[in-house]
Design a protein around this ligand. Structure first.
Ligand code: NAD
Length: 485
């Protein structure tokens, strides 16, 4: 079978990399390559930044109305092409087609629509200095910016950066994950067909360690918006900071799910299960440490482990599949390595505990892991502190509110938390004390594009989401006008 060929998108054209070298992109459900992607190097990055630099003066002077119209046209085209995009995202990632169809693609459409309309409603500040002067603040786009995204929700997370950057009047050089590049390539074609001027959006594919630093350290790039692992974020900060670039880093997590004894236990079990295993546990917001108040610990564990055991691991293309493949062989081995570590640290496995499958003949070489639940591990062990990013959770009991908060805050991360209680005072009190950029009460992963999104501690700096994203992609300029006597 011939492999689909992905190209870079530079100056409005789909182009091969200068070296003409490609690497293989795998379908994790079958364990075989299905596409080739450009192995770009610094010369491809240079060409993309040049194109973005040339396009910037024109694009930054377009009216908000014009930009809005183009971004809405992109959203419409993504929506019109939703089935094909969902299918390609499913093949790239191994996630169930249904998840790509109902989460990833609609959220990518929503990202473009939200920022396309948000820029029509911005306002600027004015400060009257007694009766002597008027200070007003202009917010101007930065110039060419870099948007670097991960593999877990490829089109959704890429568009959450690209849409506000373009809406605010910047030009973009995007670098999608090399593990899942296909839908970014489709986005390039869609942007071109929607009439986005050449050079406004450029997409350079390539390996993280080669293309990434070339882009981050390029002197023409004014800001870097990054989502990915914490170690990569540190590398980006090291490269970007000496050049005084703005950076926004959305990084890893080890998020707690807190279940209090007064919770509606049925809802809490269903909510914790979704938070644990959605997208095979490969969402930065997944609740991978479940903390349960002692009086309901045994009952919660019984119901939760039973539900985890009955999750349907299967071919991502089959309707009814709840758990697809994990994204790559390397990631499959990493997750299995953590299951081994949990055993070595003294944990007891109460669900899953190893590879799943073969789920069917088509997927006999795919990388599937059983949804795994581990108990009997203390908070201090590596299993409970390090991000696994797979279908793997631990469950720990707690004694009271203070103990729950100490456990919840006991990692270097601070991205998100969900808490389950019917006591409204406790909900507010605990939410306030958790180290987390987002706290969900009696729900998980409900998204409102207007709220600031991001992490505390090693989960990152900066915030995405509505106003925060538009602020990140602009810089304020103060104009002071003296008022004559
Ligand atoms: P990753 O850090 O390996 O890669 C992310 C992106 O960075 C890819 O495009 C990669 O090619 C690029 N990259 C790699 N090395 C680079 C470098 N030195 N300089 C510049 N770019 C480089 O992450 P991943 O494995 O693709 O994604 C999983 C991680 O992402 C998890 O840790 C997860 O928690 C995190 N994540 C965070 C959020 C959030 O919003 N906080 C959302 C999704 C995923």
């Amino acid at each position: 079978m011939s492999l689909a060929r992905i190209l870079n998108f530079v100056g409005g054209e789909c182009l091969p990399p200068a070296s003409n070298r490609y690497f293989e992109v795998f379908d994790p459900a079958v364990g075989h390559p299905w596409a080739l992607a450009p192995d770009s190097d610094a010369s491809d990055v240079d060409a993309a930044v040049d194109a973005a630099t040339r396009a910037f003066p024109g694009w930054s002077r377009t009216t908000a109305q014009e930009r809005s119209k183009l971004l809405l046209a992109i959203a419409d085209r993504i929506e019109a092409d939703a089935y094909r995009l969902a299918m390609e995202e499913c093949i790239d990632t191994g996630k169930p087609l249904e998840v790509a169809r109902t989460v990833d693609i609609p959220r990518a459409v929503a990202n473009f629509r939200f920022f396309a309309t948000a820029i029509l409603h911005t306002s600027s500040e004015l400060h009257a200095t007694d009766h002597a002067a008027l200070n007003y603040t202009l917010r101007r786009p930065l110039g060419p910016v870099a948007c670097i995204s991960p593999w877990n929700l490829p089109l959704y997370l890429l568009t959450w950066k690209v849409a506000p950057a373009l809406a605010a009047g910047n030009t973009v050089v995007a670098k999608p994950s090399e593990v899942t590049p296909m839908t970014a390539f489709r986005l390039a074609e869609i942007a071109r067909d929607a009439g986005l001027p050449p050079g406004v959006l450029n997409i350079v594919h390539g390996l993280g360690a080669k293309t990434g630093p070339a882009l981050v350290s390029h002197s023409g790039i004014r800001a870097v918006s990054f989502t990915g692992g914490t170690a990569t974020g540190a590398d980006i900060a090291r490269n970007a900071s000496p050049r005084f670039k703005k950076i926004s880093l959305e990084l890893g997590g080890k998020n707690p799910t807190l279940v209090f004894a007064d919770a509606d236990l049925g809802r809490a079990v269903r909510g914790a299960l979704r938070a644990a295993f959605s997208n095979q546990g490969q969402i930065c917001l997944c609740g991978s440490r479940i903390l349960v108040e002692r009086p309901v610990y045994a009952e919660f564990l019984e119901r939760f482990a039973t539900s985890a055991r009955t999750l349907r691991v299967g071919d991502p293309l089959e309707p009814g599949t709840e758990q697809g493949a994990v994204v790559s062989k390397a990631h499959f081995e990493k997750v299995l390595g953590y299951i081994d570590l949990a055993r070595r640290e003294g944990g007891s496995i109460v669900a899953g505990g190893g590879p799943a499958g073969p789920v069917n003949d088509r997927c006999r070489d795919g990388w599937f892991v059983m949804p795994t639940v581990v108990i009997d591990l203390p908070q201090e062990c590596r299993t409970n502190r390090e991000e696994v990013f797979g279908p793997f959770v631990t469950v720990l009991p707690f004694d009271d509110e203070d103990h729950a908060i100490a456990l919840a805050n006991g990692t270097e991360y601070g991205l998100a938390a969900s808490l389950w209680t019917e006591n409204v005072s406790r909900a507010h009190r605990v939410a306030d004390r958790l180290d987390a950029g987002t706290v969900w009460v009696n729900c998980w992963m409900v998204r409102d594009l207007r709220v600031p999104f991001g992490g505390m501690k090693s989960s990152g700096v900066g915030r995405e989401g509505g106003e925060e994203a538009l602020r990140f992609f602009t810089e304020p300029k103060n104009v002071c006008v003296q008022v004559p006597e």
